[in-house]
Design a protein around this ligand. Sequence first.
Ligand SMILES: Cc1ncc(C[n+]2csc(CCOP(=O)(O)OP(=O)(O)O)c2C)c(N)n1
Ligand SMILES: [Mg+2]
Length: 755
Amino acid sequence: MATTKVDPKLNESNVAKLAKTYQGLTSQQLIDAYRIMFASRRVDDREILLKRQQKVFFQISGAGHEALGVAAAFALKPSYDWFYPYYRDRALCLALGATPYEMLLGAVGAADDPNSGGRQMPSHWAFKRLNVVTQSSATGTQILQAVGCAEAGRYFARHPKASQKAEGDYRQFKDVQFQGDEITYVSLGDGTTSEGEFWEALNTASNRRLPVIFCVQDNQYAISVPVEVQTSGGNISRLVSGFPNFHFEEIDGTDPVVAYAAFKRASDYCRAGHGPAFVHAHVIRPYSHSLSDDERLYRPDAERQADAACDPVPRLQMFLLREGILDEKAINQIEQEVEEQIQADADRALEAAVPQPETIYNYVYSPDLDPTSAQFETQPALAVPEAAADGERPAGSENKASQNKALQNKASQNKTMADLINTTLRDEMRRDERVVIFGEDVADASREEYLKQKLIKGKGGVFKLTAGLQVEFGSDRVFNSPLAEANIVGRATGMATRGLKPVVEIQFFDYIWPAMMQLRDELPLIRWRSNNAFSAPVVVRVAIGGYLTGGAIYHSQCGESIFTHTPGLRVVFPSNALDAAGLLRTAIRCDDPVLFLEHKRLYRETYGRAPYPGPHYMIPFGKAKIVQPGTGLTVITYGAVVPRALQAAQRLEREHQVSVELIDLRTLNPFDWDAIAASVKKTNRALIAYEDSLSWGYGAEIAARIADKLFHHLDAPVKRIAATDTFVAYQPILENAILPQASDLFRAMEELAEF
Ligand SMILES: Cc1ncc(C[n+]2csc(CCOP(=O)(O)OP(=O)(O)O)c2C)c(N)n1
Ligand SMILES: [Mg+2]
């Protein structure tokens, strides 16, 4: 918020006092603080009024937290440091430079609301120009993202060339700015410290000595649940005090002088590179949790009155009067100016244009780079030697002709899907210094001295997909995460928001669920909910699927439709080595978040091996592959069912002379409806085959669309074949019965052909 210099005429007798400072805060800053804190409270009050008049639709206040927010903003630098606030941080945002008008635009849901363009509730802050990053309503998801943000700042400081713009991929649209001594601020309430992600974030910030200030705003309640129920012993400071490398503060957050001093010490510590800081601030919540809550139901009057006695706004007013910094007249003048401004801002916000319904699809995906476009369509290079891809020469050979021949022979060797994924990762890391890889066990060895001393070979992933990458690119770019899936996706989201390209690995699809909040409520939504102010084009590689003979319940799961049901997330599921290479490259270069599903059974399968297609081979998303053309019926499938369906189709042709058109979708979101429609119009019969359990699976949507759009072309009901509605069992006899086999597919095709 623009602050007004105090008019010395306001209080001529006290000019001398203005020179005095309070823990480093000047009198002028305290006057500014009062103006902002008062404005913050009055914006809350105005919104409450508007809510009662049904002119705004939700209200949550920053009341009681104002002194803390202003103090943090004064100790930090807008547009330089980074901010992951939460909904009580109205005063912080105003002190960083947001305006009451912008906030009121959010309250009415105006098209020009800078936070979200009317997509999010009010007080879900995002101010791109101030480095205030979009936040959600999910308590605690911002904390790991803040850690990732701090990691990105450090990465760019160490790899400044990585920040450069480049044409032809997401970097063209992703400007990077960083400062060598920047800090990331993240705040949360006392209740939110109960979320696991809070602890995961503290652990990583501590371990990596990251410049993050964690600010816990402890108003003693999480809606109606008091702090002693959330936090064992009732004091979060006590619980976190064992984390190494931290600077700790526990303060009265209703006093701006005390809070400023604490944030100054914390920020000095972080800027100097010592590690993170933890500011535990005791504040009050003089209004109920939100306008949907009535705290009188669970807080007696006496407790509420005790809170009110610590209200930071009247407290600062008293302080200014007592110190003779302002007199009553000057205070009245400030308050009147603020009131008038907010009245004018509210009137203007109520007149502001609202978003148009036809804009709802804007920014679900990048408006700049379309991964379905021809830009992502290249041909595999014929016999490109892997080693020559980046100009390397094999050592020790003078004879160029024989050298080339040897390389070509090598290149024409068929590679597995695992090989080509590894090679694609390597090529892209060479090409783009923003690519970083992390996850569980993905490094060759975290104890890199073992590698340097050549004592060990290195691991590089439980399936060895990332083998050799740490050795080639260093531990800054390829490293192990803790065993914590939310940690992986949350940090990656923060990093990508800053312009890095994290290509992270979830070791088994079966264990993706701790990351579900990040994968559902955060990563795919960063762009849409901020109305394109922010984006996070992360690639999440996941080993998926069964047919493993003994994989059992927790190493065989599919479940892709859970993610194709999430707008904003691209979902890719290749069935062979060449497609994996081409699609992974598109995933890495594109500007959207991508869930890249790699079938474990296909990693080293003989089916679908291919020569190395060169370092630029790409396949656009949304383009199916006709595995074999046919006229009798259409089979639509993907992943490990493709080779099984092919086997069944060949048998059908042999035994019944029915030719099957086999479609491998390759990408599930977007998916190639045109290919499906063209085929079904030709064959008039459709079978959708997938490995996941039958009901509510991916095939349900395809079947429904065919029934809806192609009804008049059908000669038979649309059929599905999939796993049983159970999990996958360990004993191979059971596994075979549960997962769709070539024989099941054959029978389904036979039945459909005969209908
Ligand atoms: C993950 C999640 N669970 C539940 C909620 C509903 N909810 C919104 S705010 C809130 C209480 C938060 O309390 P606290 O962290 O102490 O912050 P405060 O509101 O007191 O500042 C709850 C339970 C939510 N938004 N997100
Ligand atoms: Mg609270």
